[in-house]
Design a protein around this ligand. Structure first.
Ligand SMILES: NC(=O)c1ccc[n+]([C@@H]2O[C@H](COP(=O)([O-])OP(=O)(O)OC[C@H]3O[C@@H](n4cnc5c(N)ncnc54)[C@H](OP(=O)(O)O)[C@@H]3O)[C@@H](O)[C@H]2O)c1
Length: 344
């Protein structure tokens, strides 16, 4: 029996994780957390708000599923990595922000870091077959695929929240509309697979059937296919190296389309790659500025195109020097948030 602590239990990933855990006799939900939604009785140990590592200390789980949204997921990510407790990681923001610090913690802890992000779960599975030479991340393109900057001037939060293939929480849904999500995923892939940025490619694939593809040095390329359903990567991360049954139907083959992403319209994709290449705390700053700008867009304080402009402005003004420890990282996150230009 594996004892699971689920952080972010009330969210889109959290709710699907509960379904996966309930259906698997070898998994037990021992602790659950949320940000503000009450969750009494959901698990033997629960916590709403506060520092989720206090819950982890009490629960001492075998697996931490981090499905918190945003930089708030950093502390539990580091807690699990440092202690060698398996980390099933949906909270990509923590790995993007912490980067090398997270990898050092993982080396010390020696535990598993299994991605829950569907693309990275796919790449992780393909990479079981050999050392990746290069990676391909697929992007659905979001609700605004094919639109020009002019078309996007006046789009509303509701339009941006209408994702064509995935049903997710609001922050990642906006990130999918701006392609910041794919930008964060480039950085996430760099740290998970230790592949340089110039060997991580993004292609737009509207139906989200191919989740990722790994190329090997012998010319072979292995892709991972399946219907877009997060219960598959959640289940894989919790049961690895086994594969458990899920209710997801077997894949019917269909025509697959791929296009190049439009990085002029969707600036946040290019900006994430630049932040990753600059290294240090630039990815942390990119993530922080993006979180603030996305919230301002959802609150209708800025327009859709202003999200990228605000992030670009903020990261041009941070110093970006590497973090020596978590305090440095928290500082870099805070400073970047303060530099996001927002209307008064
Ligand atoms: N949804 C997907 O399909 C998907 C796919 C790939 C990756 N991810 C990643 O998974 C993570 C979660 O995404 P989601 O779509 O599930 O988000 P979501 O639906 O917005 O859920 C977020 C969860 O985090 C909790 N939370 C928010 N702020 C918190 C804080 N300060 N401290 C502790 N908990 C907090 C929320 O609790 P309350 O309900 O109390 O606010 C909620 O349980 C994100 O990093 C996202 O990028 C999601």
């Amino acid at each position: 029996m594996k004892r699971v602590a689920l952080l972010g239990a009330t969210g889109s990933i959290g709710r699907q994780a509960i379904e996966v855990i309930d259906a698997h006799p070898g998994l037990e939900l021992v602790a659950a957390s949320s940000g503000t939604t009450p969750i009494d009785g959901l698990a033997p140990l629960t916590q709403t708000g506060g520092d989720p590592t206090e819950l982890l200390e009490r629960a001492q789980p075998d697996i931490v599923l981090n499905a918190v949204v945003g930089f708030a997921g950093l502390a539990p990510t580091m807690w699990a990595l440092e202690r060698g407790v398996r980390l099933a990681l949906a909270n990509k923001e923590s790995l993007v922000a912490a980067g090398e610090l997270a990898l050092e913690a993982r080396r010390r802890g020696g535990g598993d870091l299994i991605p829950v992000d569907s693309e990275h779960s796919a790449l992780f599975q393909c990479a079981q077959l050999g050392e990746p030479e290069s990676l391909v991340l697929t992007a659905s393109g979001g609700p605004f695929r094919g639109r020009t900057r002019d078309d996007l001037q006046n789009v509303t939060p509701d339009e941006a929240l209408a994702h064509p293939t995935w049903n997710m929480g609001p922050k990642i849904t906006i990130d999918s509309a701006t392609l910041a999500n794919k930008g964060l995923e480039i950085i996430e892939a760099h740290f998970l697979f230790r592949v340089p940025y110039d060997r991580i490619e993004v292609v737009v694939h509207p139906t989200s059937i191919v989740h990722g593809l790994v190329r090997f040095r012998d010319g072979a390329a292995i892709a991972h296919l399946g219907y877009p359903d997060m219960r598959v990567p959640i289940s894989y991360a919790l049961t690895y190296p086994e594969r458990a049954e899920t209710p997801v139907p077997p894949l019917d083959l269909q025509t697959l389309e791929f296009h190049r992403p439009d990085t002029d319209t969707f600036r946040l994709l290019a900006l994430a790659r630049e932040a990753g290449e600059q290294g240090g705390t630039y990815p942390c700053a990119y993530n922080a500025a993006n979180e603030v700008a996305v919230q301002a867009f959802l609150d209708e304080r800025i327009g859709f195109l202003d999200i990228a402009a605000a992030v670009e402005d903020a990261i041009a003004r941070v110093d970006g020097s590497p973090a020596r420890d978590l305090d440095d990282l928290v500082d870099a996150d805070r400073r970047a948030r303060e530099l996001v230009p927002l209307p008064a």
